[in-house]
Write a protein that binds this ligand. Structure first.
Ligand SMILES: [Fe+2]
Ligand SMILES: [Fe+2]
Length: 191
């Protein structure tokens, strides 16, 4: 698949996820968090392949340097917004507003890519080059997604470990309380 078609498909997929988020009732907190996690993963991988493979190929053309520079700055702002969203709770007051700003900002970026940058690239790069770039992007994307899956596994294991430790601490504390109660009942002083 040529790189332009591929990137547009990604844009559409992320747009659909935002629409799904917008159509949710505000009480569906877990679902909201799940969708945002999917958006974050898709955007992170998408931005990375653009930055590593697509933009460098585009900017070989002097006429595209400025567009690529602007797009990189927009990626930068998008990452800041995603980071800020991470720090908020999905049931918090500012969450939905932040998602909305992210969505609007992103749609502006996507529009510039699809209406200005991609048509220019189609003029400047041969269809053979665009197809080869598409293959590189697909391969790199699979690699990044596989890495994320392993990372997710590691994260789950860490969380399970933390849960187990917390349970053990609670059990220990519970044991201490029982000990103290026994001591109190038997009239001994409690340290
Ligand atoms: Fe894009
Ligand atoms: Fe982009």
């Amino acid at each position: 698949m040529d790189v332009i078609t591929l990137l547009k498909k990604d844009h559409k997929m992320v747009k659909n996820l935002f629409e799904e988020f917008n159509n949710l009732k505000s009480s569906k907190i877990q679902k909201k968090a799940d969708i945002i996690a999917q958006i974050k993963e898709a955007l992170t991988v998408h931005a990375q392949v653009e930055e590593e493979l697509v933009y460098p190929a585009f900017r070989e053309n002097r006429s595209m340097k400025e567009q690529v520079g602007e797009a990189l700055e927009e990626h930068h702002v998008t990452k800041i917004l995603l980071g800020e969203l991470d720090a908020l709770q999905p049931d918090g007051e500012r969450y939905d507003a932040k998602v909305k700003v992210l969505y609007e900002y992103l749609m502006h970026h996507v529009k510039e890519e699809e209406k200005e940058m991609f048509p220019e690239a189609q003029k400047r790069l041969s269809s053979k080059r665009l197809a080869a770039l598409g293959e590189e992007v697909e391969a790199r994307r699979s690699e990044l997604l596989e890495g994320n899956e392993d990372g997710g596994q590691q994260e789950r294991e860490n969380m399970e470990e933390q849960d187990r430790e917390a349970r053990e601490d609670m059990e220990e504390e519970g044991g201490l309380v029982i000990e103290k109660e026994k001591e109190q009942r038997s009239g001994r002083r409690v340290a």
